[in-house]
Design a protein around this ligand. Structure first.
Ligand code: GEK
Length: 243
């Protein structure tokens, strides 16, 4: 059973930058479900997208896999394809250890290898599916172009890159509307004003968000032939790009 997220419920004397430590691992499923609108819809759709693009005898990568929720969804989508291997990567040791326990709990023919490593350093090769489910936003902005380019270079023709992110609207007034809708979503899920504002302060420095246009531009620049947004709820969006 996942624990209820109360990390920011008491006033904190000072707010440190958010990090994915043991305390976060314990509450992570509750935290992400109550904070990210559309998270479960995106996960439910992943098997369909994976089965559409997966190729036999290839690798599938889940970069920033946390507890392996997307890894499990990917595994469902490639169960019928021969000789696939999933590689899950996260640079939080606490996340990887718990993800291994989750994955061991479900039987499957598809091998999964979990790596505790910085995703910017993991070799990508023979990939038919690459997933960045709410992870790119934690990579320093100046490195994002190079990260997407490396993924593109390690992908096969017709492979798919699936990227979900919190996004910023270029029109400030519209951006404010989307932020208010998101905060109301968090209130409706039981987060207090104090929790919302302390979390915001903790995440401000570690999560810089791009516009949808910046993402699309980056995909094109890397060489992807096709890309679109396939899901959006408030300021959270899921995109796909095909090589
Ligand atoms: C899910 N995809 O449940 N290298 C590897 N991992 C990283 C890096 C990095 N440089 N930076 C951050 N992470 C998951 C949810 S959570 C999203 C992803 C969120 C990892 C970090 O340790 C964390 O586990 C994950 O990226 C982001 O579908 O909490 O909003």
């Amino acid at each position: 059973m996942t624990q209820h997220d109360t990390i920011f419920s008491k006033p904190l004397p000072s707010i440190s930058d958010f990090c994915f430590d043991q305390q976060v691992v314990e509450v992570f499923p509750d935290m992400i479900n109550r904070s990210v609108p559309g998270y479960s819809s995106i996960l439910q759709t992943l098997p369909q997208l994976v089965s559409r693009y997966v190729q036999p005898d290839t690798h599938l990568y889940d970069l920033g896999c946390s507890l392996g929720a997307a890894t499990l969804a990917m595994r469902k989508g490639c169960e019928q394809t021969s000789n696939c291997k999933i590689i899950g990567v996260d640079n939080s040791q606490a996340m990887i250890e718990r993800a291994q326990l989750h994955l061991d709990g479900y039987k499957s023919q598809v091998p999964v290898q979990l790596l505790c490593q910085d995703l910017t350093e993991v070799p990508i090769m023979n990939a038919s599916v690459v997933v960045l489910n709410f992870t790119l936003q934690f990579i320093p902005e100046e490195k994002r172009d190079a990260v997407i380019q490396r993924l593109f270079d390690g992908m096969n023709d017709n492979a798919v890159l699936l990227v979900a992110e919190k996004i910023r609207h270029p029109d400030e007034q519209m951006n404010d509307v989307l932020i208010d809708l998101h905060h109301n979503f968090k209130r409706a899920n039981g987060y207090s004003e104090l929790e919302i504002s302390q979390k915001r302060a903790a995440i401000e420095n570690v999560m810089k968000i791009d516009t949808l246009q910046a993402h699309q531009h980056r995909f094109q620049k890397a060489g992807f032939k096709h890309s679109t947004t396939w899901f959006q709820c408030f300021n959270f969006a899921a995109m796909l790009a095909v090589k």
